[in-house]
Design a protein around this ligand. Structure first.
Ligand code: NAD
Length: 255
């Protein structure tokens, strides 16, 4: 085990006991899960992009008013995602999924890193930056969002309308099937592993709370405490996803 404080070692051991006994575990991840792969979080120390706030920039209104500016932000993220790799924590989750046969992963992330690490059954609450579709909804199917497609921005559909990235913009509703499945999983699971979310973006932040109310235990991994950390039924492990997840999962699987 790395150089952890006594408190962290104690909570990892507690997490190992909980995870070993879990029958229907579910994972719930936020931007902090990708931080150790080099993806910036929105509310971490890295802060925001240029002089804009993501909440002002990534909106349907901004996309209509200034598609080039909005696409500049998504182009930068897309090109960055192409260069990054999943860290050891993603592969630890993949081994746990393989070992259990089933391990649904609910994520707020749009970067595709879970899938890149070989995880399946990933429920993308905020969409994905893997594809783009027609803003005027001409019926053209989603196009794969490649570097070539964003060479010139904004990219256009063959019908002449601007394309939009298939991510949920601020002020847009979450995809119905995904949000329903996430809440059903939260109600039915007996353990939820919550990694790298500030618990500030709703309705995603309600998912771990629903799991707790349904009688599940929660293991939370984050370098900083959130509003979830001191809830009864939560084991908070202070630390980074790339370090804590391999330690927690390897020890669980070796038991
Ligand atoms: P957030 O940016 O609000 O909070 C990030 C959380 O991760 C913080 O609590 C922080 O302490 C924690 N964290 C930082 N480094 C960590 C590490 N190494 N290991 C574990 N935890 C770490 O993230 P959010 O709650 O997911 O909400 C942000 C919103 O922005 C979401 O809607 C998400 O869709 C979007 N977003 C996605 C990405 C991505 O796809 N990778 C990146 C940035 C933002």
């Amino acid at each position: 085990m790395m150089n952890y404080t006594d408190d962290t070692v104690f909570s990892i051991n507690e997490g190992v006991n909980l995870l070993s006994n879990a029958v229907s575990p579910v994972v719930c991840t936020g931007a902090g899960m990708s931080a150790d792969s080099g993806v910036r979080t929105f509310r971490g120390e890295d802060g925001f992009w240029k002089e804009y706030r993501a909440e002002d920039l990534a909106t349907p209104q901004a996309l209509h008013a200034d598609p080039e500016l909005v696409w500049e932000w998504y182009k930068e993220r897309l090109l960055h995602y192409d260069t990054i790799e999943p860290h050891a924590g993603f592969y630890a989750l993949q081994r746990l999924q393989e070992n259990r046969g089933s391990l649904p992963v609910i994520t707020q992330n749009v970067d595709g890193l879970h899938q890149k690490a070989g995880l399946s059954d990933v429920i993308e609450l905020h969409g994905s930056l893997a594809t783009a579709s027609c803003l005027s909804k001409c019926g053209a199917s989603a196009k794969e969002l490649t570097e070539k497609l964003v060479k010139e921005i904004p990219p256009y559909c063959s019908c002449g309308a601007v394309l939009r990235p298939d991510v949920v913009l601020f002020n847009e509703p979450l995809p119905q099937n995904e949000i329903e499945r996430a809440f059903t999983l939260a109600e039915d699971c007996d353990l939820m592993l919550v990694i790298g979310t500030s618990m500030l973006v709703h309705p995603a932040a309600q998912i771990p709370v629903v799991a707790l109310k349904g009688g599940a235990v929660v293991i939370e991994i984050n370098p900083e405490k959130t509003m979830l950390s001191d809830y009864p039924g939560v084991t908070f492990i202070e630390g980074r996803a790339a370090e804590v997840l391999p330690a927690l999962i390897e020890k669980t699987l070796s038991q």
